[in-house]
Design a protein around this ligand. Structure first.
Ligand SMILES: Nc1ncnc2c1ncn2[C@@H]1O[C@H](COP(=O)(O)OP(=O)(O)OP(=O)(O)O)[C@@H](O)[C@H]1O
Length: 760
């Protein structure tokens, strides 16, 4: 039996012990749940409180333990004794530095005894004597597993990554952090197996879902994941540096750190639905199911679902902060709908009183002078209408005595206010307007021109109105940018108060009692309410932590929308300016600053590209230097020895055949996924070209350039790069995104007309 086999066998023994213990815990939890159910019958206050506590604990355990983990146990560190000899609650030494006498000398060479071995896994497991069998990866004691480097090893002598599937250990890979040291474990020398656990992880084929990286988080990433929440954590880093992965692991870490504070209250904002579905599996694999909401920008508000795409020119108009002013006018203007009644006739004190169109317009103008949201101004409009009718009736002149006048006025109000002619009129003349109705109203170019006067240019008005014409009254045809406009309108219009519907509760939350816990916002709001706007149409606005992925792409209007969801929150923001498809970073930065307010900021930079092999990164870097002269690309850690392929077709007509053959070639070359990235307007066409390729099936995806954000494939075919670059003002940066999606192979297929073909 060689060293590797022996080490695998030893880890297998440990894993068996862990699973035996887990099974015991599952039985224990099941018993507790059943026992608690029995106690419902008893019903004394003491028994009930105890029951709740038990159900909470047991439910939490069960739901997590029942998760069948791919690799429950994935790491191990062998450590020198700690400096102060103090052990924490999990039984591990708390000190990061070794004791002064940890390293001795033998024949002039340093030698040390391993004082402690910790296994790291997805959840913490203690044995019956409370000795840790597995330390949760998020626990402080696990940090050295990620942080130790040969330059600053701390107490770590050997770091081991354990690869397992289900209950079977498949392999181990070791790193020696103090290679100069002769380390002894229970009297014999510490064996070392292989190297390059990280490289092995990076070389694996990619599926349709992102995997977690718990087993190989790198030191600079770990710092971000565990950063204190006292400041906004701002992370920049080039493509493939793990920003998305790190952001998701941070969500899991925060839940571990303070479950009560963050339960159900973490929002992850993602640019596209494609990236949402790509990343959705990561948190469940970390044992955190259902606690974190991952939402695309186009479905951030309840009930809206973007299904359309805006041309860059239109996106720019819709995204710009100036839209807030246009919407403010539109919200107030839309109340004056074309079909509104032009005259009000009532009978008061037996006489007919009437307001004509002009008089009504004056009342409306006055009512709109109030500062409240339009839908909350109806009581004011009603009052002003009654005033106008009272004046019109000639009654004021008839009463000299103020006391009589007041009494008569009251009777007058009573007389009219319940009259159907009046109530029907009010409902039609000051209807409750929905955000969608205003957006649809803005498709009328003439009305829009009025609302956008001196804010947008006539040409912009035309473009905007035309694009909004595709939005239906039922909400189909919305783009992600429209959704931010709807959110702005929601605030401008306001929602009249109605009896609150009970909030939907997660079944798991009910089981565990988490649903009964208060959120952070609830506790920090002085009046005990979550937030003033929370009741608005059931919209959730009180997140305790907001994570923004691909933050460089949020438009000013989108920052406003996201900002509303994190008024009380702590924040993590990750992005890469070099991949921005928004043409005016300064304007977006201003709205981002507004969303974050006076919170402190702490910046981190990730510098290593874990996705692209160096050969592919070099091509992308060529484009980066043109897109953003002076920008420093991340360092690629891997070489494959395979150069990217460049192909050109002479005529546009030949593109179809060439695309098919290049895609087939890539499908044959890699075991996993192939992404074909094309200009947005070509998506459907190219998808048609490749639909019947043998082998394609689940493995091949055709993407518009703006949809490729954040995704990755084993191989990428970038089609007509010139078209992608010319598509928008930020086109070269969009092309940079396209070129950085592949983990193994890249083919660039250009037409003779392409002007911005990258290197080669
Ligand atoms: N420490 C790590 N160990 C193993 N794999 C890693 C590590 N860090 C990142 N990766 C992998 O590198 C790839 C890129 O990660 P991720 O998508 O998070 O990068 P990103 O910075 O968000 O990229 P982009 O800016 O292009 O969206 C993923 O496949 C991820 O799993």
């Amino acid at each position: 039996m060689d060293v590797r086999e022996r080490e695998i066998r030893d880890e297998q023994r440990h894993l068996d012990t862990v699973y035996r213990r887990l099974t015991e815990k599952i039985h224990e939890a099941e018993f507790l749940m059943a026992d608690a159910a029995d106690r419902v019958q008893v019903g004394t206050p003491g028994a009930l409180a105890e029951r709740d506590a038990q159900v909470f604990q047991a439910g939490l355990h069960l739901s997590r333990l029942n998760n069948e983990f791919e690799d429950f146990l994935f790491g191990r560190i062998d450590l020198l004794p700690g400096k102060d000899g103090v052990r924490g609650p999990d039984g591990a030494y708390t000190s990061v530095e070794p004791a002064d006498d940890a390293i001795g000398e033998e024949d002039g060479a340093p030698v040390a005894e391993i004082a402690e071995t910790l296994h790291i896994g997805r959840l913490g497991v203690l044995d019956a004597e409370y000795v840790p069998l597995v330390i949760d990866w998020r626990a402080p004691a696990a940090a050295p597993f990620y942080r130790a480097t040969p330059v600053a090893p701390g107490r770590v002598v050997r770091r081991r990554v354990i690869r397992s599937r289900g209950r079977r250990v498949l392999g181990v890979e070791d790193d020696l952090l103090r290679p100069e040291l002769r380390a002894l474990l229970a009297g014999s020398e510490l064996p070392v197996v292989g190297d390059g656990a990280l490289m092995a992880a990076l070389g694996r084929a990619r599926g349709r879902r992102m995997s977690d990286i718990v087993a190989s988080i790198q030191a600079e990433q770990d710092e971000v994941i565990r950063a204190p929440v006292t400041a906004v954590t701002e992370v920049t880093g080039g493509p493939g540096t793990g920003k998305t992965a790190v952001a998701l692991h941070r969500a899991a870490y925060l839940l571990y750190q303070n479950r009560r504070r963050y339960a159900g209250g973490i929002l992850v904002v993602s640019p596209t639905p494609l990236l949402v579905s790509y990343t959705e599996g990561v948190l469940p694999s970390l044992g955190e199911e259902g606690q974190v909401a991952i939402r695309a920008l186009g479905s951030l508000i309840e009930g809206a679902e973007a299904d359309s795409y805006d041309e860059p020119a239109v996106a720019r108009i819709k995204g710009s902060a100036a839209m807030a002013r246009v919407l403010a006018r539109a919200a107030r203007g839309a109340i004056d709908a074309p079909g509104a009644p032009g005259r009000l006739r009532v009978v008061a004190f037996g006489r007919r009183v009437e307001l004509d169109g002009e008089e009504l317009a004056a009342v409306r103008q006055q009512a709109l002078g109030g500062t409240a949201p339009v839908n909350l101004l109806r009581p004011r409009a009603r009052r002003l209408l009654l005033d106008a009718l009272w004046r019109k009736s000639g009654a004021p002149e008839r009463y000299q005595d103020p006391g009589f006048a007041a009494e008569a006025r009251e009777a007058f109000n009573d007389d009219i206010a319940d009259e159907e002619a009046f109530t029907d009129f009010l409902a039609a003349w000051w209807p409750e307007v929905t955000p969608l109705q205003v957006l649809v109203a803005m498709a009328d170019e003439q009305r829009l021109a009025r609302w956008a006067r001196r804010i947008l240019r006539p040409r912009e008005v035309r473009q905007l109105a035309r694009s909004l014409r595709r939005v239906t009254p039922a909400g189909a045809g919305l783009s992600a940018h429209d959704v931010a406009l709807l959110d702005e309108l929601r605030v401008l219009l306001g929602t009249p108060t109605r009896p609150a519907a009970p909030r939907e509760v997660d079944v798991l939350d009910q089981l565990t009692g988490l649903a009964e816990l208060t959120t952070y916002a609830e506790r920090s709001a002085p009046n005990g309410r979550a937030s003033a706007t929370e009741a608005d149409g059931g919209e959730r606005l009180d997140y305790a932590h907001v994570i923004v992925d691909e933050a460089q792409d949020l438009t000013p209007m989108q920052w406003r929308m996201v900002g509303r969801r994190g008024g009380q929150a702590t924040w993590t923001i990750v992005g890469d300016p070099a991949q921005s498809s928004w043409p005016d970073p300064a304007e977006a930065a201003a709205e981002r600053d507004r969303a974050l307010g006076r919170r402190m900021r702490r910046r981190f930079e990730l510098t290593v590209n874990y996705r692209n092999p160096a050969e592919i990164a070099r091509v992308a870097d060529g484009v980066l230097s043109r897109a953003m002269p002076g920008a420093v690309p991340p360092r690629a850690v891997r070489e494959t020895g395979i150069a990217p392929r460049f192909a050109t077709v002479e005529s546009a007509g030949a593109l179809r055949a060439a695309a098919r053959s290049e895609a087939s070639r890539l499908l044959a070359e890699v075991p996993g996924t192939v992404g074909v990235v094309v200009a947005m307007r070509r998506r459907a066409e190219v998808a048609g070209w490749l639909a019947d390729l043998p082998e394609a099936g689940e493995r091949l995806m055709v993407l518009g350039s703006l949809e490729a954000k954040g995704l990755e494939y084993d191989a990428t075919l970038v089609l007509a790069p010139g078209e992608i670059a010319d598509e928008s003002p930020a086109g070269l940066r969009v092309l940079y995104v396209a070129l950085t999606r592949a983990t193994q192979r890249l083919t660039v297929l250009a037409t003779a007309g392409d002007t911005a073909v990258p290197a080669g």
